[in-house]
Design a protein around this ligand. Structure first.
Ligand SMILES: Nc1ncnc2c1ncn2[C@@H]1O[C@H](COP(=O)(O)OP(=O)(O)OP(=O)(O)O)[C@@H](O)[C@H]1O
Ligand SMILES: [Mg+2]
Length: 365
């Protein structure tokens, strides 16, 4: 059992702040993703949870107990590093046994535990092999075995698949997720790959510049980004930003884009000045009719869909439409936006305005 609560966690390295007042909750048994670009503070956050780094301020609660100042050995949290480190002079069995042997567990019990873990990971047949000659995947299974065998309360994994090529990476990601579903242990997984986070995670924290931008389920984060950073970072192509100047009162259900009224989910807060109409590429349709017109710049054929790049009066947008629809560069088409999926942002703060649709999602972000 392990529920992990992060409250106002902060880490300074001298004058530099690597993590700034972070708050989020990891429920027991969750596969939890820490996502963000390079240098945003993911590893530092993970190391603080594991006890490899002490926070400057803030709290970490493990099942309700404050542990932020405890040494790693008193947290019962296993850390799996980016480059899986094994003891090269030991065989697979010895590598996996090591944490148990150093705890002083009796030999027969160690043997039984290692056999069990090797069974879970599908590596029983290589237990007597030296680790030196193993494939990348098997080395990772051995390293995982060494973490699992301790039966820790939670696993911290820092880009564990980072060193693998794309195809094998996808396979190992599925294997890791399946392993988690069988064992049910709380896992915090760091990645800078938004697709990996979306595919594997029960919940995602998106970080940028030492700050938590949003936390929630993959679907909530995709559908209702709390900030323009999240909207841009998640999804490929990313959310389109159509920029406009305006004044919106609470209760507004329309915005004016270049003189055209566009429906949006009813706003709960107002804003004035530079605003942004955010819409995902798959929520745009191209029509013959419609008086909001755009010029087709290019169409990229993807098999079942195509990505069409268009010049609108409010900037360039990308639409994802069916592959069968005929569009040609140079022609002018009408654009329609699915109104219930639109997010309006305040450009100065980069924040999504609260609306009838996203209110619940932003509340715990
Ligand atoms: N021990 C340290 N001393 C000084 N600065 C540090 C230290 N550890 C990390 N930093 C800085 O803190 C920031 C966040 O680092 P961190 O390793 O947490 O980023 P990350 O999100 O894991 O990035 P990456 O995706 O590149 O691994 C970086 O700018 C890094 O240079
Ligand atoms: Mg890192």
């Amino acid at each position: 059992m392990a529920k992990i609560e992060i409250r106002n966690l902060r880490k300074e390295f001298g004058a530099f702040t690597a993590v700034r007042e972070s708050s989020f909750t990891i429920e027991d048994g969750e596969f939890f993703m820490l996502l963000g670009p390079s240098g945003c503070g993911k590893t530092t956050t993970l190391r603080m949870i594991a006890g490899l780094e002490l926070p400057t301020s803030g709290e970490i609660l493990l099942d309700g107990e404050e542990i932020s100042q405890r040494p790693p050995s008193q947290r019962d949290i296993a850390f799996v590093f980016q480059m899986f480190a094994l003891y090269p002079h030991m065989n697979v069995r010895k590598n996996i046994s090591y944490p148990l042997v150093s705890q002083g567990m009796p030999k027969a019990q160690v043997r039984a535990k290692v056999d069990e873990v090797a069974g879970i990971l599908g590596i029983r047949d290589i237990l007597d092999r030296p680790v030196g000659g193993l494939s990348g995947g098997d080395r990772q299974r051995v390293a995982l075995g060494r973490a699992i065998v301790r039966e820790p309360k939670a696993f911290m994994m820092d880009e564990p698949l980072g060193a693998l090529d794309a195809e094998f990476r996808e396979h190992m990601a599925e294997e890791l997720r399946a392993l988690h579903d069988r064992m049910g242990a709380t896992t915090v997984y760091v990645t800078h790959d938004q697709l990996e986070a979306m595919q594997m995670g029960d919940k995602i924290v998106v970080m940028n510049n030492a700050v938590v931008e949003q936390f929630g389920t993959p679907q909530d984060i995709y559908d209702w980004p709390a900030t323009m950073f999240v909207a841009d970072f998640i999804g490929s192509p990313s959310m389109n930003f159509l920029r406009f100047d305006g004044k919106l009162a609470p209760g507004a259900t329309h915005v004016g884009l270049n003189g055209h009224d566009m429906r949006v989910p009813e706003l709960r807060e107002g804003a004035e000045g530079k605003l942004v109409f955010g819409v995902r590429p798959e929520h745009i349709t191209l029509t013959d009719a419609g008086d909001y017109r755009a010029e087709v710049l290019a169409a990229e054929y993807l098999g079942t869909t195509q990505i069409v790049t268009l010049a609108t009066p409010n900037g360039e947008v990308k639409a994802r439409i069916g592959a069968a629809q005929k569009v040609a560069a140079g022609e002018t088409v009408g654009l329609a936006f699915r109104p219930d999926t639109v997010t309006v942002f305040d450009e100065a703060s980069g924040r999504a305005l609260r609306s009838a649709k996203n209110e619940g999602v932003l509340a715990h972000g």
